[in-house]
Design a protein around this ligand. Sequence first.
Ligand SMILES: Cc1cc2nc3c(=O)[nH]c(=O)nc-3n(C[C@H](O)[C@H](O)[C@H](O)COP(=O)(O)OP(=O)(O)OC[C@H]3O[C@@H](n4cnc5c(N)ncnc54)[C@H](O)[C@@H]3O)c2cc1C
Length: 455
Amino acid sequence: MTVSLSSDRAVREAYETDASGLHLVPELVARPGSIAEVIELLQLAAADRMPITCAGAQTSTTAASITDKGVLLSLRSLDRISAIDEGARTITVGAGALVGDIKKMAAASGLLFAPDPTSEEESTIGGAIACNASGARTFKYGATRKHVQRLKVALASGELAEFRRTNLEKNTVGYAFAHDPIDWFIGSEGTLGIIVEAELALLPLPAHVVGLAIFFQTEADALRFVAETRESRILDPRCIEYFDDQAINIARAATSGGIMPDGAVAMVYVEQEIHDDLDSTLGKWGDVIESFASDFEPLVFDGEARLREARKLRHSVPSTMNERGGKYRAAGGRKVSTDWAVPYGRLAEAIRIARALAAERGIDQSVIYGHAGNGHPHQNFIARDTQELNTIEEVIEQTLKQVIALGGTVAAEHGIGKIKRKWLPLQMNPLQIAMMTAVKKELDPLGILAPGNIL
Ligand SMILES: Cc1cc2nc3c(=O)[nH]c(=O)nc-3n(C[C@H](O)[C@H](O)[C@H](O)COP(=O)(O)OP(=O)(O)OC[C@H]3O[C@@H](n4cnc5c(N)ncnc54)[C@H](O)[C@@H]3O)c2cc1C
């Protein structure tokens, strides 16, 4: 056997946590350097009925990439990014390559890999595919699934399989869920197979993009602005992101230049590709912004460096919340993040309900920010101890029931993992869960892949 399994305590502890705030120490760690070693490990695991949980960069918020059962398999070393096929507009990458590195390589050829999880500089493409990650620009470009053309997957049986997207415009052969097997693995959180390589679709890189941060006196105004922007036939944003007052405070603390105005209660951040004249595009936005009679001047982020600054502001919110949560670990507390979404027209109503449910139970520390254009905010809490954690989880469950009643979902981009498994039946009926269980049994009859994730 060439792949080595480490039982060293320090090595195992290096993989005990992700961004969920939970800690699970694996029994063994494997860090294969080739696809052949992944296959070898799977064959060994099948023979010994040894569980295997994949890890990319362990930025999962749902404890999906940690385990205390069997092997933690780090795919980080499979990080090769091969040359871009500019004609076909594709790039082939190893599962451990960082999303940010793939984007930089594509950009150097004038191409765009569109998925943009806020964690893109620190998370892997294997993790993004396994969670069907999305980001702010998903509003225009769709989630990761849409940009995956081909996958090489190591199956639980120890076979290496390849799945290519069919791209059929019409198809009436059999059940829809079996049409494109590539889609079984995208979003499967390591439970159906181990992604070792992917071919990704690229788009032309927009020549000029401008970001605008628009500030409001009330949350209601900001959410009305989101709805108006989304409905507009004149504006064409590639993202519509929301920051509540607490998220603004975090972003303010993260900016040395103090660029966030004092007194603003809510902020909407949009990005627009400029196809004709910058002034006329900004003029169109100015007309809509003026109709909201805000006291605050919008901030303009023009050019790559300024857009990176805006992304840093956005990233500061979840990363600060993760840091804050980490301080309460000893008392049984942590950051608790939600990932629910509703049809965007119900967003203001859903946020009102979510805030009211938290307030009723005396929970006042939630921060609400995120992908408002897709009806997808993140409501993040800090639980300072076990008791507060339990109360917050009860509040979240009540919120999720209301979200489902509004036609929403309990998890729009982070997946289910281990933490949200208890909420799966809120959204899926027993038949849907039985169908998923049947697929899992077919692909992983011994149940060795990522036990505890999703099902
Ligand atoms: C600050 C912060 C911001 C974030 N922002 C976003 C955001 O905007 N959008 C978003 O969607 N998510 C976001 N996330 C969540 C997370 O970063 C994404 O889900 C990311 O895609 C996970 O990638 P990873 O490499 O860290 O995967 P990991 O956390 O290591 O794994 C995630 C899941 O994928 C599985 N997996 C990993 N690699 C493979 C593989 N090769 N084959 C099969 N399964 C595999 C794991 O078993 C696990 O189930 C954020 C997280 C943080 C901490």
